[in-house]
Design a protein around this ligand. Structure first.
Ligand code: F6P
Length: 344
């Protein structure tokens, strides 16, 4: 097994479930450290009943993780991975990860390496599965933060801008925004007009509601031409990672400035950042991760390779990795419409 990409509450629950069910069926399991980096460097630890005791409620991953790409800079990742698996006598790989980690898994599968993927991301943006574990925990953390921001917003008559993760999908922002009663939610799928946001806030003020909560996803962007960046704070975009993804973040700071300048309402930004990925998984994620871990082990034992375990409705199924990775799962427009009924 290996865990790759950003960590996510529930990773340890997957590991525990695969180990418990695998050992019961007579298999032995090894965990590579730090995602694909551990496969390339042959850094691994035995996954036994003893080494996985007590990890079900623990956040993070006991294996460690990284965004290492075995194919970076044109490297022959397949040959390196294959050699390492042969050296250790590993029959099959269970990579637990998002689109990047599972993208590597797909390439390996296409080259004949036996793999079964497990979908993980707090962003909930993976195709093929209705939900990824870690998402509910992130939504709960953001909802709790919004509840807390409400009381301080109300005390000071302030606009509170809350920037949340989610990469290029607005799942976390929309779910937590609905749950926390946000007055505006800005998502990557719908470039926003800051004047419209300000109009919502002014309308609230006219009704005597002198505080507001604006949730903005880190990947949200202003509609072209609606914000001039001249001399103003701009969203931070740092160098790309090994899979070519730019680091997102900072749009909340832009909004804080714009809203205060346009409305005159005192405004503060809170960037929740990695707190959304930390700590213990909520019960829903522990259950989903456990079901995924057991299902992945069963798929491996049955030789059904090239699959990703997934949740469809209430059932755990296997979908081809290629199908799951064909396109990211973006926000359901209907859900956003529902959220919009409560704006302003
Ligand atoms: O994909 C999970 C995620 O937390 C995104 O929401 C966020 O954009 C990214 O990872 C942050 O990555 P890092 O931990 O490398 O800063």
């Amino acid at each position: 097994m290996l865990t790759g990409g950003g960590d996510c509450p529930g990773l340890n629950a997957v590991i525990r479930a695969a180990v418990r069910s695998g050992i019961a069926d007579g298999h032995s399991l090894v965990g590579f450290r730090y995602g694909w980096a551990g496969v390339l460097a042959d850094e691994a630890l035995d996954l036994t009943l003893e080494s996985t005791i007590g990890i079900l409620p623990r956040g993070g991953t006991i294996l460690g993780t990284s965004r290492t790409n075995p194919y970076a800079d044109g490297a022959d990742g397949t040959a390196k991975v294959r050699a390492m698996l042969a050296r250790r006598g590993v029959d099959a790989l269970i990579p637990v990860g998002g689109e990047d980690t599972l993208g590597v898994a797909l390439r390996l599968h296409e080259a004949g390496v036996p793999v079964v993927g497990v979908p993980k991301t707090i962003d909930n943006d993976l195709g093929g599965t209705d939900v990824t574990f870690g998402f509910q925990t992130a939504v709960q953390i953001v909802t709790d933060a919004i509840d807390r921001l409400h009381t301080t917003a109300e005390s000071h008559n302030r606009v509170m801008v809350v920037e949340v993760m989610g990469r290029h999908a607005g799942w976390i922002a929309t779910h937590a925004g609905i749950a926390g009663g946000a007055d505006a939610i800005l998502v990557p799928e719908r470039p926003f007009d800051v004047e419209q946001v300000c109009a919502h806030l002014r309308r609230r003020h006219e009704r005597g509601r002198l505080f507001s909560i604006v949730v903005v996803a880190e990947g949200a962007t202003p509609r072209e031409g609606t914000i001039s960046a001249d001399g103003e704070p701009v969203a931070r975009v740092a160098a790309a990672d090994a899979f070519g993804h730019a680091r997102l973040g900072g749009i909340g700071v832009v909004l804080e400035h714009e809203i205060e300048a346009r409305t005159g309402f005192e405004t503060r930004v809170t960037i929740l950042g990695h707190v959304q990925r930390g700590g213990t998984p909520v019960a829903y994620d522990r259950v989903l991760a456990t079901r995924f871990g057991v299902a992945a082990l069963r798929a491996v034992a049955a030789g059904r390779f090239g699959a990703m375990v997934a949740l469809r409705g209430s059932a755990i199924v296997e979908v081809p990795l290629a199908e799951a990775l064909a396109a990211p799962k973006l926000l359901d427009p209907g859900l956003y419409e529902t959220a919009g009924l409560f704006f302003g």
